[in-house]
Design a protein around this ligand. Sequence first.
Ligand SMILES: NC(=O)c1ccc[n+]([C@@H]2O[C@H](COP(=O)([O-])OP(=O)(O)OC[C@H]3O[C@@H](n4cnc5c(N)ncnc54)[C@H](O)[C@@H]3O)[C@@H](O)[C@H]2O)c1
Length: 301
Amino acid sequence: MDYARERLASDFAAHASVLPATNPTTGSKPTIVKDLFDVRGRVAVVTGGFGQLGRQFAATLAERGASVALFDRAGDAARLPDLFGGCASRVHFERADLTVRGEIEGALARVAKRWGVPHVLINNAAIDAPPDAPAAETGPFEGYPLASWQAVLDANLTGAFLASQVVGGAMAEAGRGSIINIGSIYGLVSPDQRIYEYRAADGAPFTKPVAYSVSKSGLLNLTRYLATYWAPRGVRVNTLTFGGVFRDQDPRFLKGYAARVPLGRMAREDEYNGAVLFLASDASSYMTGANLVIDGGWTAW
Ligand SMILES: NC(=O)c1ccc[n+]([C@@H]2O[C@H](COP(=O)([O-])OP(=O)(O)OC[C@H]3O[C@@H](n4cnc5c(N)ncnc54)[C@H](O)[C@@H]3O)[C@@H](O)[C@H]2O)c1
């Protein structure tokens, strides 16, 4: 016991000189217990912020006192009061195509003028093959169109690369920040094509396309690269890997999906908000380069 105590004291003494006096993400004095998940006063950019999950993340941060800018190529500022209610004054919309660097630069300049350099960037915008995608896009791998491959990689991977360059670069200059890259179980393991087989019965066979998986795998190493590259500048970078979210899918799909998940169901759209708050706040101040998997256990089987 005494030995353990002595050891702790000597470890602490050895580390005292290298421990940062202020929190590397925020520049604030470290807090031990209080306000671990506090994001008040922080500025966040959520790409694809008008989508199903982007809205959830924006509301989670804005409700807790952060100012949130939605960067999306689709959306409408007039809908903000409806979508965000009492915290809509802390949510701002910037129309931007994430595949165009100049559009991200313009959006960031306006946000920085309004609120200052962001503390949090959530690379959330992405495209996937929607159910009504042309047959060629959801057919066999051998005929998957090059143009579809490029469009998905552009939106999902190049978009995150460009947003990280522009917004992450500004954070690095400010000496603090947290980047959250939104991944998918399909970036860790292959899609299970069997859960889409019911589509053949409807005369519209469906192969989950390869581009989405590859784009999400690419994000994992964008995360690791930037985590090590920007660690000396105080910017943390992590991936959040999600399982599928319930959105009124075909009951046959839901049944097949649920059978693949130890928790036996898809996620509710609000079930990733806690992880976003964790990564946006000082609760995760020693975490970088990591991948946090929230998938109901899909990848445990
Ligand atoms: N919904 C799921 O089941 C699920 C599961 C795992 C991971 N994810 C990931 O979560 C994230 C959010 O998914 P979602 O279901 O909310 O998607 P969504 O389609 O509802 O929203 C995506 C948003 O991104 C925007 N966007 C796409 N390309 C863009 C571009 N080039 N420039 C600007 N905006 C662009 C769209 O306009 C849209 O508002 C994605 O990264 C997705 O891959 C979703």
